[in-house]
Design a protein around this ligand. Structure first.
Ligand code: TXA
Ligand code: MG
Length: 328
């Protein structure tokens, strides 16, 4: 199995592969990414092919520091500077106008590029050893749950994928994506860094809009089926609702449950997660994979609190639930 330890030998080999235009999956603090040289169109094409990713969904470019980010945008601004000072290295992605160095395949034809300085030490070493900006979307087939362990990457992308092992990801859900490319900053994807923390630094945020040219548009990647396990997902607000759905939809299929306290449902498997958003996020994707592996046909997930600290998690859960409502 091509899961390699993050020792000097394998990091040097991984960096050589990346410089030669091949893909390498590596850990970040959020989820594992499938990396390639962001300046090499042929290398970037390999990412889209491996993920089965639609060509309209742009990639995040990882860089070593804010200086390297500044070189890839035509208009670094005060908002970007404030957010970078506060949250880089870390799980924040900034969308800014791109320079010509960024191929259109990376930005999916948009005039902007998504930039992030990760804090995970292995990701940082690879950035340093290659001296390259690394395009790296989450290392899963398009639409699936993101990988938070090296083995998840092979499950999703196949045994021939090169993965550097960094153990479990510290954050567990993808970075917060903020569009600071225009006059109206907006959160395109919620994550562990919350809207209040961002607004405290750069002022009020607008909601992404599908209409009009002045406000930011949602990330192309947020419009589709996404962040979804194989099983149908239903979010339950109460135990009564959980029991009702188990009877109504659970017919002849195994049921998986993710809850804060025991439901006493006759579930195929029940995973209890803590009422702490950081720890919940860390365990969420591996829990959904575990229920998929147990061949649950229906996953019942207890509604999480409507509090800012849970916004990123709520977003992923509702997307997982909605995607089945749409696709089925
Ligand atoms: O935590 C993360 O962000 C992980 C790790 C590996 O860094 N990466 C990740 O990448 O989640 P991906 O490709 O799965 O998600 C990237 C998101 C998508 O929703 C995409 O549409 C959005 O960022 N995005 C990328 N470039 C954009 C741009 N120029 N404008 C708007 N949205 C953009
Ligand atoms: Mg992804």
């Amino acid at each position: 199995m091509p899961i390699f330890p993050a020792d000097d030998l394998h990091l040097t080999q991984a960096a050589a592969r990346l410089r030669e235009g091949d893909c390498v999956a590596f850990p970040t603090e959020t989820v594992y990414g499938l990396g390639a040289n962001a300046l090499d169109e042929a290398a970037v094409a390999k990412i889209y092919a491996a993920k089965g990713r639609p060509s309209y969904n742009p990639l995040i470019v990882h860089v070593a520091d804010a200086d390297a980010a500044r070189q890839l945008t035509t208009s670094w601004n005060e908002q970007a500077q404030k957010l970078a000072d506060a949250f880089w290295p870390g799980p924040l992605t900034l969308v800014l106008p791109k320079t010509d160095a960024i191929p259109d395949t990376v930005s999916a034809g948009l005039a902007t590029v998504a930039l992030r300085v990760p804090r995970q030490p292995i990701a940082r070493q690879l950035l340093e050893l290659t001296g390259l900006p690394l395009a790296a979307p989450s290392a899963n087939r398009s639409g699936e749950v993101s990988p938070t362990a090296a083995a998840h990457v092979l499950q999703s992308l196949g045994e021939e994928t090169w993965v550097i092992d960094g153990g479990r990801c510290e954050v567990g859900i993808e970075s917060t994506v903020v569009d600071v490319s225009g006059p109206y900053p907006s959160i395109l994807r919620p994550g562990s860094i919350g809207a209040c923390e961002i607004a405290a630094l750069i002022g009020p945020l607008v909601a992404p809009s599908l209409e009009g040219d002045t406000t930011p548009r949602p990330s192309p990647g947020m419009l589709e089926r996404h962040y979804a396990p194989r099983a149908h997902v239903h979010i339950f607000p109460s135990l009564t609702d959980a029991h009702f759905h188990a009877v109504l939809l659970g017919d002849n299929q195994k049921i998986g449950v993710v809850a804060f306290s025991p439901t006493r449902l006759e579930a195929c498997r029940e995973i209890l997660l803590p009422l702490d958003p950081k720890e919940y996020a860390r365990q969420l994707y591996s829990s959904l994979r575990e229920l998929d592996d147990a061949e649950a046909g229906l996953i019942l997930i207890e509604e999480v609190p409507s509090l800012p600290a849970w916004a990123g998690i709520r977003d992923r859960l509702h997307r997982a639930a909605r995607s089945h409502a749409v696709s089925s």
